[in-house]
Design a protein around this ligand. Structure first.
Ligand SMILES: Cc1cc2nc3c(=O)[nH]c(=O)nc-3n(C[C@H](O)[C@H](O)[C@H](O)COP(=O)(O)OP(=O)(O)OC[C@H]3O[C@@H](n4cnc5c(N)ncnc54)[C@H](O)[C@@H]3O)c2cc1C
Length: 381
């Protein structure tokens, strides 16, 4: 099929979004904070997100850069960037698919067998939500400390152990698991990645209530869970490099546009001269710098230069903008923020979810160490 010229694509995409979604360029960026919100009916929300993904697929706006063989459009990244620009101005039910589309899908495409890659087709059709089963009570920043065991059996593998902070595990049809397959090897050696059917007997998913009221994270327990021999993702023993590839996708997040919406929302709160206003201005400057940094990264991507380790600076800056803005808004609104009837639920959500942006996908400290070593070339500590 000949490639649609980009201006035709942009026009078609805008027509599609206008027909199916609410245009809200200055509204609260709900997708960015959806994971933290108290959702009254999680199943109805899941169904809405899956239906939206299906709609995107049916209209040719899913998997823009994914290969044809899995139902993608195989378009250059310029199309995905143009879509992201447009999409950020609409209110869309897409939070549930973040981990699935941004981390799991690209990992399956990079390491999956032809059969495993077919999951990408089901993902694009909105039929499969996935979760990422990396963190454990004793292995977060220190991911090489993973102790969940996968033991070889006659027919495949048997898994025992516990994961934690697993986003959207309660809705996930499949999980992408990092487990220790060779206990005689230490640290990052002896780990293997697996595809796990989350309905397998022996898996127990227990949602954790967050201080925001939401419960998008879960603890996941594995008690003698049997996996088939072909459940390995990548080679046995190569789990560390598979996982590091995934974290590379995760750390190249781009929230600059969504934060632009949040800053515009905040500007309506009325900032008088003085300390509070200066804090707000700091947040505005940081958001603009982040947006400029991301735009530069995107230009490089379009020129065929893959994001290097410096892309993780965007993750650090995102946490900084959210926290500075949340602090400024808390100073500005004071005690009103804690009143349930004040109509300020969105700002309360921003304040309470701000710490998560410094933790998810690697804490600030871990990212700073990586930047010190891999970008600045400082000696390893
Ligand atoms: C919104 C959100 C979504 C998440 N989703 C998932 C998910 O879907 N799947 C998943 O597997 N995990 C998920 N996580 C978990 C996340 O990956 C971990 O919380 C994170 O890696 C930190 O690990 P930890 O919580 O065990 O903290 P720890 O590693 O125990 O760290 C505690 C503190 O010690 C500091 N620290 C630790 N080691 C060092 C060091 N070497 N140098 C300097 N400081 C250090 C850390 O910076 C931190 O301040 C999610 C977390 C959040 C907030």
């Amino acid at each position: 099929m000949p490639q649609t010229p980009i201006d035709t694509f942009v026009k078609d995409a805008k027509d599609f979004l206008d027909a199916h979604a609410e245009y809200k360029p200055d509204g609260f960026p709900d997708t960015m904070f959806a994971q933290f919100r108290l959702i009254a009916d999680p199943e109805a929300w899941r169904d809405r997100c899956m239906a939206w993904q299906r709609l995107l697929y049916d209209h040719g706006f899913a998997g823009l850069t994914w290969p044809h063989e899995v139902g993608g459009r195989d378009l250059p990244s310029a199309y995905a960037l143009a879509w992201a620009d447009l999409e950020s101005e609409y209110e869309l039910p897409r939070g549930l698919f973040g981990v699935t589309l941004e981390m799991v899908g690209p990992t399956l495409l990079a390491f999956g067998t032809p059969d495993q890659k077919q999951h990408c087709a089901a993902i694009l059709r909105g039929e499969e939500v996935w979760c990422q089963l990396f963190s454990e009570p004793g292995a977060g920043s220190d991911l090489a400390g993973v102790s969940t065991r996968a033991t070889k059996t006659a027919d495949g593998w048997r898994v025992n152990g516990q994961k934690v902070w697993t986003s959207e595990a309660r809705h996930a049809r499949y999980g992408y698991l990092l487990a220790r397959t060779d206990p005689s090897e230490t640290r990052h050696r002896g780990l293997t990645a697996f595809v796990v059917d989350m309905s397998s007997p022996g898996i127990d998913v227990r949602p954790l209530r967050q201080m925001t009221g939401g419960a998008s994270f879960s603890e996941v327990f594995f008690d003698d869970v049997e996996l088939p021999a072909d459940a390995t993702l990548g080679e046995v023993g190569s789990g560390w490099s598979v996982a590091m590839t995934t974290l590379g996708f995760e750390r190249f997040s781009s929230f600059g546009r969504s934060l632009g919406r949040l800053v515009r929302q905040a500007s309506t709160l009325g900032w008088r001269e003085g300390g509070t206003r200066e804090k707000f201005v700091d947040a505005v400057i940081d958001q603009r710098s982040l947006a400029a940094f991301e735009a530069n990264m995107h230009r490089r991507l379009l020129a065929g230069v893959p994001p290097g380790p410096e892309a993780a600076l965007a993750k650090l800056a995102t946490g900084a903008v959210v926290s500075t803005l949340a602090d400024a808004v808390a100073d500005r609104l004071g005690a009103q923020l804690s009143r349930r009837d004040s109509g300020l639920d969105d700002w309360r959500l921003v304040l309470l979810s701000a710490p998560a942006f410094h933790i998810a996908g690697g804490t600030d400290e871990i990212v700073k160490t990586m930047i010190a070593e891999r970008v600045l070339g400082l000696p390893k500590g």
